[in-house]
Write a protein that binds this ligand. Structure first.
Ligand code: NAD
Ligand code: ZN
Length: 356
């Protein structure tokens, strides 16, 4: 499936890597070198297959493998990547290709944005989260000390190629984490998609390829539409932060033991509770959300944290904008808005729904 819109690059979704060859050919890489950037979990699964395809479309394929995990999404790894590129004599016409999840995509994208003041790159996302979220929109970057995504750049890929069949090897936890962002997409933009997710939960959970592909396609479209309307993050794009304000704080306080999408899900419950308390949406929506999340094996409560801790961490977060916390609330299922007037009392009240 090809999607083209206002985006200058193509977003392609297939159920295998075979179609990558044709897409790479369109980029005319005959005289270019391509360095595949991947991590230690993805390399044994897909590097050989992808490298064979890439080799057949360019002058020379190289690869750079770094240890899997967020803790390697840092400047040390970027430095190692630069060294490899210099050693292999990459010039400003050559390409990087990110093969992996959001960690690989963010790091490779940042490497591409900065090496020789910017070279081209291709995204081949292999996690659910990266296929529906991080590979779209051009945000790249790495962590610095304990600060997440502190150093980065906007850099658009030349092509995004998602192979939904690669999602079959994803762990249950990582799969379920991606579902957090997907449920969020339904909540902020599309009530019928939200309903569809509930109705297809068993096919999704069993990773039925046809249903997965449809889901990735719709979520992709939602993220893309939002980003296209607001590439520089003035307003609309903020809606993608539903569940993230408190979710980030929970993620941080759990020392990243809780996966991102699960924290987003917990944050969505809290945002919905605030919306209900404000009389914006019906109270039946809360148990409904809890039940969808359970269908996708997402946690709906978290223990060992206090509302005070979470609020304090939220306040110190970068989302804080001249003293006010920007919150995303729901005015109905499928429609979200930015709100700067959420009080600490409202947050504390809402957090009681998820704290045990
Ligand atoms: P990840 O890249 O760490 O992948 C999760 C795990 O799955 C890793 O261990 C990875 O090796 C493994 N894996 C990847 N593909 C696999 C496959 N097909 N089969 C088996 N295992 C596989 O994490 P993620 O959830 O994909 O991405 C999280 C990162 O994305 C965070 O660093 C976050 O900051 C970033 N992010 C960026 C944006 C953006 O706009 N740039 C948006 C959201 C998140
Ligand atoms: Zn997120």
């Amino acid at each position: 499936v090809h999607m083209n819109g206002a985006f200058i690059y193509e977003i392609v979704m297939e159920t295998g890597f075979d179609g990558l060859k044709e897409e790479l050919k369109k980029l005319n890489l005959g005289e270019r070198k391509v360095c595949i950037v991947t991590d230690s979990n993805v390399a044994p699964l897909y590097l050989e297959e992808v490298e064979t395809i890439v080799s057949s479309c360019c002058k020379k394929a190289e690869h750079f493998i770094f240890p899997a995990g967020e803790e390697y999404k840092n400047l040390d790894t970027v430095r190692n990547l630069y060294e490899t590129l210099i050693l292999k004599q990459f010039d400003r016409h050559d390409y990087l290709l990110a093969l992996g999840g959001g960690v690989v995509g963010d790091l490779c994208g940042f490497g591409a944005a900065t090496y020789l003041r910017g070279i081209s790159f291709i995204q081949v996302p292999t996690t659910l989260l990266s296929q529906v979220d991080s590979s779209i929109g051009g945000k790249t970057g790495v962590d610095f000390d304990s600060y997440k995504n502190m150093v980065g750049a906007f850099h658009m890929p030349k092509l995004v190629y998602s192979n939904t069949a690669a999602l079959k090897t994803l762990s249950e936890e990582q799969f379920s984490s991606g579902m957090g962002e997907i449920i969020k997409h339904g909540l902020i933009k599309d009530a019928s998609y939200y309903q569809w997710l509930m109705e297809h939960s068993s096919e999704i959970r069993s990773r039925d390829l046809a249903v997965l592909s449809e889901m990735v396609l719709v979520s992709n479209q939602i993220k893309r539409d939002v980003v296209e309307k607001d590439p520089t993050e003035q307003g609309e794009r903020a809606l993608l932060n539903l569940g993230h304000t408190l979710g980030h704080a929970i993620e941080k306080l759990s020392d990243f033991r809780l996966v991102h999408g699960h924290c987003v899900g917990l944050g969505c419950i809290a945002a919905m509770a605030i919306s209900i308390n404000r009389g914006l949406i019906r109270s039946e929506e809360l148990p409904r959300l809890v039940s969808v999340m359970k269908q996708f094996d997402m946690p709906v409560t978290v223990n060992g944290l206090s509302a005070e801790q979470i609020i304090l961490t939220t306040k110190s977060d970068k989302k804080m904008d001249s003293g006010t916390i920007r919150f995303i609330l729901l005015e109905q299922i499928g429609k979200a808005f930015t709100c700067k007037t959420v009080t600490e009392t409202e947050m504390a009240e809402a957090l009681h729904h998820i704290l045990t």
